[in-house]
Ligand binder design. Structure first.
Ligand SMILES: N[C@@H](CCC(=O)N[C@@H](CS)C(=O)NCC(=O)O)C(=O)O
Length: 217
């Protein structure tokens, strides 16, 4: 049985979305980010620096999974593993698609996420007095090129691997989502906007978001 460690308001959302798409049962252990705690955590709740959780993930980060004795960290790698394990249309179908899945996933992690997370922090998530407009501006500027690359790809085909929605769309959509506050980037790249809208219309995404919104902020 799969166990997913990490509150829904974290990168665990990526794994929960995929598990719901796959229709696989899972235990959810809501480990919270230590930096979000104001005082002691609710009784029995683990956080990212709890000794019990550090035994699962010595990096002190969420998410992690445990699946039939295998422990994995890194949200995007976890998704590639779960898709490969369970197969079906969400998984890469052959070695060429495996290559493309790794390429787009690593592209999202390296070319997009370092900037999209800054957009999220400095345009939306942090209290206004902790936001830095210059950091936000630099992040938006850095995202112009990757947005163009993605827009070109999605102008040719509806999803990243072609005609069907796959784990690759989940991995890239979850990283791109952080850039939503930068409205101009989305307006300038209509194929990216249409693709994200289609990804977010999926029942599994909406179920994941309902669970996330039900969690205390
Ligand atoms: N590259 C990692 C990043 C994991 C990460 O930074 N997770 C955040 C929550 S989304 C975390 O655990 N923060 C808690 C902390 O730094 O104490 C992944 O994709 O899984």
């Amino acid at each position: 049985m799969l166990t997913i460690y990490g509150v829904y308001r974290s990168r665990a959302s990526r794994n929960v979305w995929l598990a719901l798409e796959l229709g696989i049962p899972f235990n959810h252990v809501p480990v919270i980010q230590a930096y979000r705690l104001k005082g002691e955590p609710p009784a029995g709740m683990l956080h990212t620096k709890s000794p019990e959780f550090l035994k699962v993930n010595p990096n002190g980060h969420i998410p992690s999974i445990e699946d039939d004795g295998l422990v994995l960290h890194e949200s995007l790698a976890i998704n590639l593993y779960l898709a490969r394990k369970h197969g079906g249309p969400l998984a890469p179908a052959d070695v060429a698609e495996e290559g493309l899945a790794a390429m787009w996933t690593l592209w999202a992690a390296t070319e997009v996420e370092p900037h999209s997370i800054q957009v999220l922090y400095h345009m939306a998530a942090r209290p206004p007095e902790e936001r830095d407009a210059k950091v936000a501006e630099a992040a938006v500027e850095a995202l112009a090129a990757p947005f163009r690359v993605l827009n070109e790809q999605l102008s040719k085909q509806p999803y990243l691997l072609g005609e069907r929605f796959t784990v690759v769309d989940i991995n890239v959509a979850e990283v791109m989502r952080y850039a939503l506050p930068a409205k101009a980037l989305w307006a300038e790249n209509p194929a990216v906007s249409a693709w994200l809208k289609a990804c977010h219309a999926r029942p599994a995404y909406q179920e994941m978001m309902n669970r996330r919104n039900a969690e205390p902020e």
